[in-house]
Design a protein around this ligand. Structure first.
Ligand SMILES: [Cu+2]
Length: 111
């Protein structure tokens, strides 16, 4: 009985790990030279987006302004912000201090 139970447990763990790995797809957007790079990304629902500030000195933030959200915290060099997008849709955002310099981006979530 015991070896069978162990085998069942191993199989279950294998399935769980595979499912989690599929849900953990990640896209990285770099903030460099007052731009979001890439500026536009298309992802599947459930994808995690991670923004990383790659400037030497300059801070930026992420603000989903059109969605009516509060501006994000300032991100200093090498700081990051993450968000998982579960629903299909169009998610434009800006960097609050540099919107007038054209520092804007867009996440498109499509099935
Ligand atoms: Cu900025």
């Amino acid at each position: 009985m015991k070896p069978l139970r162990t085998l069942a447990l191993i199989l279950m763990l294998g399935v769980t790990t595979a499912a989690t790995a599929g849900a953990e797809e990640e896209v990285v957007i770099e903030m460099i030279e007052y731009q979001f790079t890439p500026q536009e990304v298309t992802i599947k629902p459930g994808t995690k987006v991670r923004w990383v500030n790659r400037e030497k000195r300059q801070y930026h933030n992420i603000w989903f302004k059109e969605a009516g959200e509060e501006p994000g915290e300032y991100l200093f060099p090498e700081e990051e912000y993450e968000r998982v997008f579960e629903k299909a849709g169009d998610y434009p955002y800006v960097c609050q201090p540099h919107e007038d310099r054209g520092m804007t981006g867009r996440i498109i979530v499509a099935e």
